[in-house]
Design a protein around this ligand. Sequence first.
Ligand code: 26V
Length: 807
Amino acid sequence: MRLEDKEVIKQTIKDKLLSNFGKRVDNASNDELYRAVALMVRDKIMLDWSTTIDNIQKKQPKTLYYLSAEFLTGKFFETNLTKMLKRDIYREACLELGVDLDELIAEEPEPGIGNGGLGRLAASFLETLSTFKYPAFGCGIRYEYGFFSQRIEDGYQIEYPDNWLRDGSIWIVERPEEEVEVRFGGKILEQWQGGRLKVRHEGYESVIAVPCDIPILGYNSKCINTLRLWKARSPEEMDFAAFNRGEYIKAFDKKIENEAISKVLYPDDTSCEGKKLRLKQYYFLVSATVQSIIKNAKGVYPIGELPDKVAIQINDTHPSLVIPELMRVLMDEEEMSWEDAWDITIRICGYTNHTVMTEALERWSIDLLAQILPRIYMIIIEIDDRHIHQLNRVYPGQRDRIARMAIINYGQVNMANLSIVGSHCVNGVSQLHGEILKRDLFNDFYTLYPNKFKAITNGISHRRWLLQANPKLSSLITEAIGDSWIEYPKDLIKLREYCNDKPFKDTVAGIKEENKERLSTYILMHTGIKVDPKSIFDVQIKRIHEYKRQLLNVLHIIYLYQRLLDNPNEDIYPRTFIFAGKAAPGYFRAKLIIKLINSLAKKINNDSRVRDRIKVVFLENYNVSLAERIIPASDVSEQLSTAGKEASGTGNMKFMLNGALTIGTLDGANIEIMNAVGRDNIFIFGLTAEQVNYFYKTGSYDPRKIYEGNMAVRRAVDALIDGTIGIFRDLYGYLLYPEGSMADCYMILKDFESYRDAHIQIDRQYRDPSLWRTKSIINMANAGVFSSDNTIENYNREIWHLSKMDM
Ligand code: 26V
């Protein structure tokens, strides 16, 4: 049977090559081969996909719409093969044709339509939803250009457009028959007709939203849900008269303006035009989604039953205009009363907050809203009026509190407040984050609606991050404990029995080393830096941000370097510090940190006095594929955020799943990881969130005292400006003498010493390979609760109440 399958696969690959490209295996390019095999895989997906869509259509089970500005799916080809349990047989079939499957996998362009954890979380949720056969749509924007492609030039981050769709995508199916019209601008006319206020929208401009659907496979599951990304199409192709007058560029002005909506993810919004475009993007996403939801419901069930049929999850505030948009459609088009529409809206919507950083909490100016979305603006005013009315009743005379809770304030719409008021559930993404929302950021709302607030800890797709990204370790685990962990990740706990099993430990160590060798080759090829696979691979990969404190890591590396220079015989266990991550293009300081890392790398890697005991590497263009390569090869996972600032973190979970040990603060999900593995199997350091808060509240933090009193700190900080690694006056000033803000506002210097102590522990413990392996296996064994499988069951129980489809 297996043999026959393989022969069929080989023949079909040949047929696809011939019919699509007129090529044979021996004269086809890798790209053509990738497309041929991918097309074949896609053929196999189509039947189950259409059955899933039909089932949802016919049976109308309650369906989730997960709205998100980002979906960081990673590549699809290998994942789809893995989910279909076909990766090995395709690999063999390819091999027999003289083709290396890995080379084909590399051909697929990476869809970079997200920038961080929020987007990656959305993608892992979709994977689990399909595996569990829960009916769901991911709804987003089909950005033509992803976040940006990062290159390092002379140590600096340089951004290039990420044209991931240049050659089309095998996995996207456009559905023009399901397109909808989205309206911007114009005027709103109100008329009383038959005892009802009728609203007419005139003088608007239309943009057509075209669904670009991507099938999302579950593991060994016939349920294939859809990621629906909306693409903007201009209703007018061009101004023919202008073209004939010779105004060739002007003839396309409107088309270009309209279609700019789905051009790029997070266009720079420092200019007014940029803000306008962002707002248009978000409304485009929510309006297209709401219209398609209502279209689907019409004539099939009474609109009043919508909350039994639909759940909408608002992934951070970017899609929060879904609340007024639902109100608009229910009232203006379905002729419902305000009260009925509001009741339905609240029962449908849930809001997940993903950050407490004030600069990331969105506010839109009312002028802009009134201009671009006049009807939505009117509805927001009404939502706010009724909300304030209620607040005045509950809190008479408490003007400050009411101002804090208002949706419209100081000429701006506070999108988090709108989301809280318009949803039945608000959740944080780790236990600590949930607590901070209740006690701090949203405390006023928590007092008023205590039952709305929940904490649901994030999770990761263990099937991608272990089964797919670390195939050797996966096979070993399966040999030891069986394969139930693939579908029941908590079964990984059975590995605990092996944490003192010598042969098992040795094999785990061997696999780690192989992964490290593979990464070393990649590093050499991409940076020219030769690293020692036997050294500790100490890794910090994530967006570059002050609060994530890459700078703390850097200062510690400087400190180690200085120690080596002081004492060439200093016994430091060889370490390779690996960094990767993108800085937002307009974020000057984050970009400077990248330059600092690269300058430091250049200095240390070329200093013979260091005798290769420490190496520093910055890998460019961090994305899902690069993470898949780095994480299985890591020994140490750096999770350094100032306590209270990282909502959850999910990288931390991927590392532990692959046997890396965490060095981290008591922040986000690090705390839960510590509780799962035990204090001895993680390196915790630094202030608690409470202590951090105390410093902020009292204003009593003084980094200059630390600088003056601690020689190690002082020398490391001085190195930023003494010319050893270049001149980084901004970063020096930021730590000690900033203009107009708090010195060292993320308390790097305060945490330095305990961070250094934790590293001393790592250095010591790594020297005892047996002990280290045991700890590593304990981390793997306890990673099961951090699977998105667990997270989704929690969301479903607490918020969505979906049922599994029978298929
Ligand atoms: C804000 C902004 C502000 C304007 C520029 C573009 C932009 C893009 C995204 C955001 C919100 C970022 C929120 C975010 O990614 N939060 C991360 O969510 C993860 C999943 O819940 C969580 O693990 C991380 O701790 C959290 O930082």
